[in-house]
Ligand binder design. Sequence first.
Ligand SMILES: *[C@@H]1O[C@H](CO)[C@@H](O)[C@H](O)[C@H]1NC(C)=O
Ligand SMILES: *[C@@H]1O[C@H](CO)[C@@H](O)[C@H](O)[C@H]1NC(C)=O
Ligand SMILES: *[C@@H]1O[C@H](CO)[C@@H](O)[C@H](O)[C@H]1NC(C)=O
Ligand SMILES: *[C@@H]1O[C@H](CO)[C@@H](O)[C@H](O)[C@H]1NC(C)=O
Ligand SMILES: *[C@@H]1O[C@H](CO)[C@@H](O)[C@H](O)[C@H]1NC(C)=O
Ligand SMILES: *[C@@H]1O[C@H](CO)[C@@H](O)[C@H](O)[C@H]1NC(C)=O
Ligand SMILES: *[C@@H]1O[C@H](CO)[C@@H](O)[C@H](O)[C@H]1NC(C)=O
Ligand SMILES: *[C@@H]1O[C@H](CO)[C@@H](O)[C@H](O)[C@H]1NC(C)=O
Ligand SMILES: *[C@@H]1O[C@H](CO)[C@@H](O)[C@H](O)[C@H]1NC(C)=O
Ligand SMILES: *[C@@H]1O[C@H](CO)[C@@H](O)[C@H](O)[C@H]1NC(C)=O
Ligand SMILES: *[C@@H]1O[C@H](CO)[C@@H](O)[C@H](O)[C@H]1NC(C)=O
Ligand SMILES: *[C@@H]1O[C@H](CO)[C@@H](O)[C@H](O)[C@H]1NC(C)=O
Length: 841
Amino acid sequence: MFLFKLLAWVSICLFQMHGYKGCLETERTALLEIKRFFIAVSDIEYEDEILTSWVDDEMSDCCGWEQVECVNATTRRVNQLSLDGIKLTRRFRSGFLNLSMFLPFQELESLDLSDNYFGGVHENEGICELKNLFELNLGGNKFEGHLPRCLNNLTHLKVLDISSNKLSGILPSVIANLTSLEYLALYDNKFKGRLFSFCSLANLSKLEVFQLSMETDLLQVETENCLPTFQLKVLSLPNCNLGVIPNFLLHQFNLKYLDLSHNKLAGNFPTWLLENNTKLEVLYLINNSFSRFQLTSAQHGLLSLDISRNSFSGKLPQNMGIVLPKLVYMNISKNSFEGNIPSSIGKMQGLRLLDVSSNNFAGELSQSPVTNCFSLEWLELSNNNFDGQIFPNYMNLTQLLLLYLDNNHFSGKIKDGLLRSTELMVLDISNNRLSGHIPSWMGNFSNLYILSMSKNLLEGNIPVQFNNLASLQILDISENNLSGSMISTLNLSSVEHLYLQNNALGGSIPNTFFRGSALETLDLRDNYFSGRIPHQINEHSNLRALLLRGNYLQGPIPHQLCQLRQLSIMDLSHNRLNGSIPACITNLLFWKVGNESLYGLGKGISDLGADVAEMRNYYNSTVELFLDRIHLRSLDEQVEVNFMTKNRYESYKGVILEYMAGLDLSSNELTGDIPSEIGDLQNIHGLNLSHNFLSGSIPESFSNLKMIESLDLSHNKLNGQIPPQLTELHSLSKFDVSYNNLSGPIPDKEQFSTFDESSYRGNLHLCGPPINKSCTNLPELLETSSKGAEDESAVDMVAFYWSFVASCVTVMLGLLAILWNSRDPSNQIAEELNYLSNKSA
Ligand SMILES: *[C@@H]1O[C@H](CO)[C@@H](O)[C@H](O)[C@H]1NC(C)=O
Ligand SMILES: *[C@@H]1O[C@H](CO)[C@@H](O)[C@H](O)[C@H]1NC(C)=O
Ligand SMILES: *[C@@H]1O[C@H](CO)[C@@H](O)[C@H](O)[C@H]1NC(C)=O
Ligand SMILES: *[C@@H]1O[C@H](CO)[C@@H](O)[C@H](O)[C@H]1NC(C)=O
Ligand SMILES: *[C@@H]1O[C@H](CO)[C@@H](O)[C@H](O)[C@H]1NC(C)=O
Ligand SMILES: *[C@@H]1O[C@H](CO)[C@@H](O)[C@H](O)[C@H]1NC(C)=O
Ligand SMILES: *[C@@H]1O[C@H](CO)[C@@H](O)[C@H](O)[C@H]1NC(C)=O
Ligand SMILES: *[C@@H]1O[C@H](CO)[C@@H](O)[C@H](O)[C@H]1NC(C)=O
Ligand SMILES: *[C@@H]1O[C@H](CO)[C@@H](O)[C@H](O)[C@H]1NC(C)=O
Ligand SMILES: *[C@@H]1O[C@H](CO)[C@@H](O)[C@H](O)[C@H]1NC(C)=O
Ligand SMILES: *[C@@H]1O[C@H](CO)[C@@H](O)[C@H](O)[C@H]1NC(C)=O
Ligand SMILES: *[C@@H]1O[C@H](CO)[C@@H](O)[C@H](O)[C@H]1NC(C)=O
């Protein structure tokens, strides 16, 4: 310790000798106060959790602290404070921001307080005295109302980012005088009910970046004729309910980046935008109603074009590849384009992503010019009318990472190894007319992560070379004509989701499926598997869905299945299983306590190794724009499980799948009592034990199945009463106990008043509504009490309804969050521009 202090002292002396000065004491003290403030408004237990280097020690030079910059070595004044995301990862605790804390920093030029969830700003602040401020970033907080009027005193302000807050005031009038502004980000706020006029920005002659988006379409961006003095480089106006392209754009000629997506724009593709703006690099017109696509013959250096989700029809211009030779990203999906892809597309030698899916394109892949776009990494031809063979010639697409050819008319055999990309991560050739055997060379795609070949006419076995696919996580060969017994040497050790349903596979189910721990979904439904269900179960198995329906499996349900602690969906129906239902089923933890990791999604791989945009200084320099970050569709979005509830197959995906829990043992030869332990499976949504030989009574414990929506016990030998406690199952919407030996009164409260006679038929001794047999010996008292309960039930139904709505909303929000984060390019760019503004200084 002593030695340390001595060293520190010596080094300070050495610095002093070289004219070194520490930072100003007032600024050091002020920084420490800021740290104390952050600790006070966050949920931080230990001071060390944030701003660790900010220590209360006179010998510590605050210019060396993290997030602090002092540019001038002589004055040692703090110029830049980057306090973004300090509270981000911590539990939100609202806190008002006291901007007076920053007053001691007289030379402060750049202040970044973004992503801190501040609820607002204390009035009377004096921030406006920080006359030198040229960057102020308050984005990603929770500010409401208006920003302080005195902001218009900050006449040096070049960068103002107040995006992603809850502001609703009349911002432009505060901003109109900030004539130094270059960068103005207002998107993702709650401005509504007012017309926004570009003319109010007309005097901001230095403005280069303007970003706005609307939460609702109540706000309309007024586009009357006024001549702004600025020449923008970046204009982003997604979702602004424009209706027409703003007039002032006729007079812009410096645009590099233009996003007019989601604006109900119609008519012809605005070629004049390209003509006027020769430096345009990015043009997004997603989700409008443009109908005619045309280009002039003048070459243009556009890098990124997204005109997906419009009403374009007809052929692509023949000269497209000649006019736009530099395109890196081209998305024209979800239109009605037809005909062949013009051969000039092959001239796009820098093209890395091409998505022409969901159009009416036709032609053979062998003739297709896309095979000449050597730099393609992502090629999506799904949902068109392409035909012929896949991989017909030598395809020189060595960079290809993702290839989607699904939902076309490709036919014939998968020809031998002609696709020379060893990097391929996703291959989807599903829903075509491919026939023949699966070629063994497909085992050479050693980086393959998703392989989907479902809905074809493929036959034979799964090649053992698939064992080489060491990265494979999703393998879908369902709905083909695969046959033979599954060889036990097949060891798909990395596969998490295996779909082999609807084939003609036979033999016994390989033990290997249950030995590893990777597998989460195993779907072998509707095949010819026979023998027993393997009982060598790995305790660390992660199996979540086990679907063996419609095979010829025999013998008892092995009690070892109870070791599958993650199991949430099990369908063993339509087999020949006998013996009793194992009582240990209650060990299946998931069904009892639910899944904690509801939002633990997003384990998809997000980086493609593609150049992540070096967006810093994009608008303010000659730096070239790189491709937007490409996100692979998240794994969970692809995972789908079908499960029968309420007599129809439902498909469960993503977040919904995490909620789903169901057990189907119907149409077997099971005997004995229903174990009362099944009542412990509190998260179960569907339970089907019908068409067996089960006897005994319906366990009263079923009244604990609070989430159950569908309960089918029909076609068994159950006797005794229907437990009146079952009326506590408020979610129940399908109930079937027909064809048993049940007796006594039918419950008619709550949900039970909605079930009709068909739920009960075939039971000789049941009585009461809805069947035509009255319980004659029933005391009057009971009837009145059940009447009285009807009002109660009405109230309960309302409560149930609201809880249902609430859970739906939660699920929807989760989905939206995922979709929004992963798919919306305008959001990506917003994020990236936000990143840019954080860094520019
Ligand atoms: C540092 O500040 C001093 C005093 O204000 C000034 O004279 C000098 O030019 C500044 N140096 C730089 C590099 O800005
Ligand atoms: C804001 O900070 C200043 C300076 O630290 C202090 O004097 C003032 O009391 C604070 N105001 C509020 C409302 O906390
Ligand atoms: C800041 O602007 C307001 C008007 O919005 C004005 O009253 C005030 O005097 C200005 N303050 C300074 C320090 O210039
Ligand atoms: C802008 O500045 C002018 C004069 O400098 C002043 O008269 C006007 O009130 C200011 N506008 C706003 C909205 O602050
Ligand atoms: C722009 O400046 C002109 C001349 O100074 C002034 O007349 C006009 O009102 C200003 N417009 C806005 C929107 O501030
Ligand atoms: C942009 O194009 C429009 C329509 O062709 C034209 O009227 C306008 O003068 C052009 N503006 C510039 C700056 O070239
Ligand atoms: C398309 O844009 C409209 C607004 O014009 C918006 O309401 C809708 O949600 C958008 N659709 C998609 C899929 O983004
Ligand atoms: C192309 O655009 C569509 C519709 O906007 C979108 O769903 C799709 O994800 C985009 N394709 C790629 C590869 O990003
Ligand atoms: C494949 O592409 C490379 C450039 O990526 C080129 O050099 C080579 O000649 C091409 N080969 C064929 C057979 O087209
Ligand atoms: C697949 O890999 C094997 C072994 O590395 C090699 O011999 C064979 O030529 C490859 N096949 C193709 C079509 O690339
Ligand atoms: C499936 O394969 C069998 C032979 O294994 C064959 O007889 C049958 O015709 C095939 N079915 C289809 C639809 O191709
Ligand atoms: C943009 O670049 C110019 C010249 O390099 C510089 O003066 C200006 O401060 C930069 N703007 C921002 C917001 O960084």
